[in-house]
Design a protein around this ligand. Structure first.
Ligand code: NOJ
Length: 528
């Protein structure tokens, strides 16, 4: 079945150069005054998103969940968590977004469910070896009395990846104990994923972001993994880390693609933490994912060498595949890039330049809500406010990801800055964000928000951005310069001194161009 979502004109492969805007639902906009963002809040802010100039939304999980990992522990993948609204509200949001020409993609969380999912509750009540347990990965423990975990795998949130249940068996959870891994060798599990996809596709969603898209398949016999220093959330899950990137995962992706292809113009982007170019490219074969996040740009330091390398590897990953590249600077799992790039004025200056770099690259782009406001990471949240499971699982040694998840400031001069009608928000908002609000920035032509708006308008409207190739140009030491077939030239100066402005008509710059030069930590777009 292929429903007609609206009467939109649908260009071929709309995602190839689309700008997606990641809405971290808890933190974008609160429609009902409980201090937590929701679907009604997103709907009320659609005019902002269309004015900003993005093409599509990715909304993080809004399904019923006990929130052990803020929605990535899904108790029912085919309904809406009451904190976020209901199915009618979702349908209304989707219809309004489509009327405005905005596509809507949603998160799909196949690797695990919540421990409150009906299946897991039934599995706990059933006996070892029962069909109910076979939807998850229950195993007997090691040691004479089975009191040791079945293998040495750690959870990416810290501690062992196994939890023991009262009858002595253990179950696998690559993430929190409240997120038991499903067994994709079980036909029930695969069929249920199809059902979930169809449920949302039939409602008209334009695609999915697939959580832990390099997970799902587990090796036969669940062998010990090689000991390695970093086994955490963002580690390079390379060779020897048997928890991820198993060959069997590609059958799951082919199945997902098969369902998507029953519908018109739908897509999936995968969260694939695999750094080897060839291994990553395998997820982008013609019958698998249309896009895979490029985390190389997100993990690169602010140096010309690292950024150039990230771009070269990302382009070479996709070069033998039908996929375009897919660029990310920040998301809800990483410290915000203003802070990663040095924080304060310097971090903001670099973030402005990085915006022009990201938006000049050929392929799809993902912005994280608040990128366009230059939000910094909030590193001084009080300990009692921290909510990320990483905090407790690491024995309170790692603060986790709350600092990049603080709600968006919209207007006014005091928390909650128009995010909610309540001053109390699920994570506290800093007292000094009055200058960062959407309202404060939208009337200021020098703000980062104005820069994003101008850049997005050019990107979608100027022929300079045509073509998916990228040609590197000679550039001064410490700088990057490249040209797109349509004539766009982008120069990024990562040094601490000005460099000469290249030939061409200036389209946009991230800082004032004084006297024919490109200042330090700045980028410029030219039509050449
Ligand atoms: C990746 C998500 O981005 C992250 O927020 C979540 O904790 C894990 N997957 C587990 O679902």
């Amino acid at each position: 079945m292929s429903p007609d979502p609206t009467a939109r004109a649908v260009p071929a492969e709309w995602w190839r150069s689309a700008v997606f805007y990641q809405v971290y639902i808890r933190s974008f906009a609160d429609g009902n005054g409980d201090g937590v963002g929701d679907l009604a809040g997103i709907r009320s802010r659609l005019p902002y998103l269309t004015e900003l100039g993005v093409d599509a939304l990715w909304i993080t999980p809004f399904y019923p969940s006990p929130m052990a990992d803020h929605g990535y522990d899904v108790a029912d993948p085919r309904d809406v968590e009451p904190v976020f609204g209901d199915l009618a509200e979702f349908d209304a949001l989707l219809a309004d977004a489509h009327t405005r020409g905005l596509r809507v993609t949603v998160d799909l969380v196949p690797n695990h469910s919540s421990d409150r999912h009906e299946w897991f509750r039934t599995a706990l009540a059933a006996a070892p070896g029962s069909p109910e347990r076979a939807r998850y990965l229950f195993r007997d423990g090691r040691g004479p009395d089975g009191s040791e975990p079945p293998n040495n795998w750690p959870s990416v949130f810290g501690g062992p990846a196994w939890t023991r249940v009262p009858d002595g068996q253990w179950y696998l959870h690559l993430f929190a104990p409240e997120q038991p891994d499903l067994d994709f060798a079980n036909p029930d599990v695969v069929a249920d994923l199809d059902r979930t996809m169809r449920f949302w596709l039939d409602r008209g969603v334009d695609g999915f972001r697939i959580d832990v898209a390099h997970g799902m398949a587990k090796p036969d016999g669940l062998p010990d993994m090689l000991p390695m220093e970093d086994t955490g959330l963002l580690a390079d899950h390379g060779v020897g880390d048997h928890r991820f990137d198993q060959d069997g995962v590609h059958a799951v992706h082919r199945r997902i693609r098969g369902v998507l292809d029953e519908y018109e113009d739908r897509m999936a982007v995968g969260e694939v933490w695999v750094s080897d170019d060839d291994r990553l490219a395998q997820y982008l074969r013609e019958d698998e994912l249309q896009l895979a996040f490029n985390f190389k740009l997100l993990t690169a330091e602010w140096t010309a060498d690292e950024l150039r390398d990230a771009i070269i590897h990302s382009l070479s990953t996709v070069s033998g595949t039908p996929a375009p590249a897919c660029w990310v600077l920040s998301n809800h799992d990483r410290p915000r890039h203003v802070t990663r790039y040095g924080g304060g004025e310097l971090g903001l200056r670099r973030a402005r330049a990085a915006a022009l770099l990201q938006l000049a690259l050929p392929g799809a782009v993902y912005l994280y809500n608040g990128d366009e406001l230059g939000l910094p990471n909030v590193d001084d949240l009080p300990e009692e406010a921290l909510q990320d499971p990483v905090w407790e699982r690491s024995g309170r040694t790692k603060r986790g990801r709350d600092g990049c998840r603080v709600p968006m400031p919209w207007s006014g001069t005091r928390p909650s800055y128009g995010f909610s009608s309540s001053p109390d928000t699920w994570l506290p908002m800093p007292l000094d964000w009055a200058g960062l609000t959407v309202e404060a920035q939208s009337s200021d032509p020098a703000s980062i928000q104005s820069l994003y708006r101008a850049a997005l308008a050019l990107r979608s409207g100027s022929p300079a951005f045509a073509g998916e190739e990228l040609q590197w140009l000679p550039a001064p030491e410490g700088c990057l310069a490249f040209r797109r077939p349509g004539g766009l030239v982008c120069l990024l100066n990562l040094t601490d001194a000005p460099v000469p402005l290249p030939e061409g008509r200036v389209l946009l710059a991230s800082s004032d161009l004084g006297g024919g030069t490109v200042p330090a930590d700045s980028a410029v777009w030219l039509q050449a």
